[in-house]
Design a protein around this ligand. Sequence first.
Ligand code: NAD
Length: 250
Amino acid sequence: FLQGKRALITGSTSGIGLAVARALKAEGADVVLCGLGEPDAIAALCEQLGAVHVAGDLSRRDGVEAVMAGAGQVDILVNNAGMQHVAPIEDFPVDKWDKIIALNLTAAFDTSRLAVPHMKAAGWGRIIQVASAHSLTASPYKSAYVAAKHGLAGLTKTLALELATHNITANCISPGYVWTPLVENQIPDTMQARAMTREQVINDVMLVRQPTRKFVQPADIGAMAVFLCRDEANNMNGANISMDGGWTAE
Ligand code: NAD
């Protein structure tokens, strides 16, 4: 049902973004990938998906602008690119703070600002943020990530109000722990910050937060993104949809 719609999914060379790209493609959207990686691997991914890739560092404003220029007129914007860093506040590297705020929050402001004129002209649009349970609640040692994701949720509510009469919706999907490279890569730092083993981090830090005691699957998030593009979701606007096994219900 998405034939003729162009979807840009940021951070779609890996993990959740790739699953969202696959799901939108399966519904007929023209998919534009964006993310880091080996050129050969990205070319293979484009071939496999029937997608194109635009390169750019989304932690820089000029990078975001280059990506938006390369992506063309976007009907479905999925702001998914993000990174994490785990450290106590007094040791938190200031360059990591700057980069996480830039990539996880400011990039979504810039992509939205640049995508909205076409959506308004087309009379239809979808802005979907891959936020996090950490847009609603906090965990220690994740100051930059939690601040950026709370900011992203606020930005999304504002977009929802501004664009409501233009048939453009803006919503957050907020996963708990999804097994992707982003999660796997934070295990060593969390082991150090909390003096724990790998198994303790997985079971006592991560899955302990999710009452289902199961990781969320990337494809589940793809399915929710597809639903948000349907006409039945016309009145879902400014929502922050938790997919966290019950974490934020506690
Ligand atoms: P991932 O590390 O597998 O993928 C991140 C993607 O972002 C990759 O495609 C990477 O190339 C891209 N990226 C990173 N830095 C970039 C940059 N400077 N410019 C352009 N692209 C860049 O991570 P993931 O787990 O799939 O996470 C995707 C999103 O989901 C993030 O916003 C993350 O915060 C959010 N999220 C993840 C989880 C989880 O448990 N994995 C939970 C909640 C929210």
